[in-house]
Design a binder for this molecule. Structure first.
Ligand SMILES: Cc1cc2nc3c(=O)[nH]c(=O)nc-3n(C[C@H](O)[C@H](O)[C@H](O)COP(=O)(O)OP(=O)(O)OC[C@H]3O[C@@H](n4cnc5c(N)ncnc54)[C@H](O)[C@@H]3O)c2cc1C
Length: 504
């Protein structure tokens, strides 16, 4: 029967970093990483801007980064966690460097630090405009050097198994997963289980998140009884490149505005200063809301990013991928205005964890975007999420290494569910239900809107169950049910958001 000491679900920065650190520290432990698609298909590889870290102690300070993070979070951050993350950042970056990740430097050899909205100083370490791809590729290259890690692609984790210990406390004992090549649901036992399943941007019509971002980890943890919080704080990125009928949208990094790009209306007028004195450098929530207000007033589908006044050679050196992408769709940032629109980008809340990345279910950890650590509050400060993934992967790894020797494998062997799983059938109807869900998931300003959305979600669930009862289970059905679960949690938490108090 299958078992491993540590099971990590998800192969983005959070999962890979935890796996590598743990494997290096404890070569005696067996580690399995399962990921539902190819290893590099999560949000991590799409990160453009980089990682926020204080490296210049002359012009910047930890305190300044802490205050910027607290200010962006709108009074809903956990200050203790913010301090821990910011102060730990340089050590974690040092470790990333030893794993081969390269960040850009100036000709003089010092870091070429980027500036992004909400940051009062230049402090973003980046690798051109493909920081995430650099990190994902280099970490994936480290994995084969560690014989105690097995990375298994195309394994869709479906549910966590839980049991009761001698003191009647519920604990996580393993995971049911669907092996996409064998078409069977199987079970694997583990002593420590780590969710690093990323975000849920696919719930929304306009998003920058790839197909795999369906909120599976949050849904699985919820079904296992874990606490979930602040899920309604979904961050909309103000400048996704607008292309009709495109899903997901290509991102135009915040770093472009840090570099000097303007947001303008159809008359080529800047309008953000009407909303915030920081203009283009206000935090994402403010810029997104300002753009939405303009769009409501004008009835237009998008506003524009204006890069035409910028030094083009320097622009291309910093943003080659963005420039090249724009060119593939016939736009030249040197001459053309680029249409942009806010899009769902980041899940600020999620599975509640403590400073050791422990969820409220014993032996179950959550790290990265699927977790709610208290760092972000209402609104994540740009480039703080890769940093959070690093720090909480480290914290989780340390805790697992210290405690795993006291944890026994569950003795309960689940018979592998004989239920077989069909490959996806594009005509099954689930794709249409997903689109309906994406239409329903917008902002819920009033109780009435929230109630309507909840009714739609309930109806979609009934229809999905009806379709599923007539056929074998499929991966699309599993993901759709997870999306509907997360959607109802978002709407419910929006309804109760007036009662949300800062995390302590
Ligand atoms: C376009 C874009 C640009 C961004 N730019 C930045 C930036 O510049 N700086 C910054 O700090 N942040 C940025 N972010 C956010 C940041 O990239 C993410 O928050 C971070 O990478 C999340 O890492 P993760 O390891 O938690 O999850 P991910 O990298 O999303 O990985 C999740 C993994 O879980 C797997 N998975 C999910 N469900 C299951 C399941 N049921 N079974 C098995 N496997 C599963 C997925 O396949 C994937 O491998 C950006 C995000 C996007 C989308």
């Amino acid at each position: 029967m299958e078992k491993t000491d540590i099971l990590i679900i998800g192969s983005g920065l959070a999962g890979l970093f935890l796996a590598i650190k743990t494997a290096q520290k404890r070569p005696d432990l067996s580690i399995v990483i399962m990921t539902k698609s190819l290893a590099d298909t999560g949000n991590t590889r799409y990160a453009q801007g980089g990682i926020a870290t204080v490296t210049d102690l002359v012009n910047d300070s930890y305190e300044q980064h802490i205050q910027d993070t607290l200010s962006a979070g709108g009074g809903c951050c956990n200050e203790k966690i913010v301090r821990m993350v910011v102060q730990q950042a340089p050590d974690r970056i040092e470790e990333l460097l030893t794993m081969g990740i390269a960040f850009d430097t100036k000709p003089s050899g010092i870091w070429d630090l980027g500036l992004e909205g909400g940051h009062s100083r230049n402090r973003i370490l980046h690798h051109k405009d493909i920081s995430g791809l650099e990190i994902e590729r280099k970490l994936l290259a480290v994995i084969p050097q560690l014989p105690n890690i097995r990375l298994l692609e195309n394994q869709l984790c479906v549910d966590l198994s839980t049991e009761k210990d001698k003191t009647d406390q519920e604990y996580c004992s393993g995971v049911f997963y669907f092996n996409k090549t064998r078409h069977r649901i199987k079970h694997i036992r583990a002593r420590s289980i780590v969710l690093s399943t990323g975000g849920c941007g696919q719930l929304f019509k306009n998003t920058t998140n790839p197909e795999v971002a369906t909120g599976d980890g949050v849904a699985m943890a919820y079904r296992a009884g874990a606490a979930i919080e602040q899920l309604h704080y979904i961050q909309f990125h103000p400048t996704a490149l607008y292309e009709a009928n495109k899903h997901p949208f290509f991102l135009l990094s915040e770093a472009l505005r840090g570099f000097g790009a303007y947001v303008v209306d159809e008359n080529q007028k800047r309008f953000l200063f009407k909303y915030d004195t920081r203009g283009e450098l206000a935090t994402r929530d403010i810029v997104s809301q300002a753009i939405n207000s303009e769009l409501e007033k004008t009835g237009k589908k998008h506003v524009y990013l204006d890069c035409r006044h910028l030094d083009y050679d320097a622009f291309y050196r910093h943003f080659p991928t963005i420039t090249d992408y724009c060119r593939t769709i016939g736009l030249n940032p040197q001459e053309d205005l680029i249409p942009v629109v806010p899009a769902a980008h980041y899940q600020c809340g999620g599975i509640t964890v403590d400073q050791h990345s422990r969820t409220t279910v014993k032996n179950l950890y959550a790290i990265g975007e699927c977790s709610c650590t208290g760092l972000h509050g209402k609104n994540r400060l740009a480039s703080n999420s890769l940093l959070e993934a690093l720090v909480f992967a480290h914290q989780g790894s340390e805790h697992i290494c210290k405690t795993i020797d006291t944890i026994a494998f569950s003795s309960l062997i689940f018979m592998n569910k004989q239920q077989s799983v069909l490959p996806d059938n594009p005509d099954s109807g689930f794709a249409a239900l997903k689109e309906e869900l994406q239409q329903a998931m917008t902002a819920f300003y009033t109780d009435k809107e929230a109630k309507t959305a909840l009714n739609t979600i309930k109806q979609l669930k009934t229809t999905a169950d009806q379709i599923n009862s007539k056929q074998k289970i499929t991966p699309s059905f599993i993901e759709l049910i997870n999306m509907l679960t997360v959607a109802s949690l978002i709407v419910e938490q929006t309804k109760h958001s007036k009662n949300v108090t800062p995390l302590t």
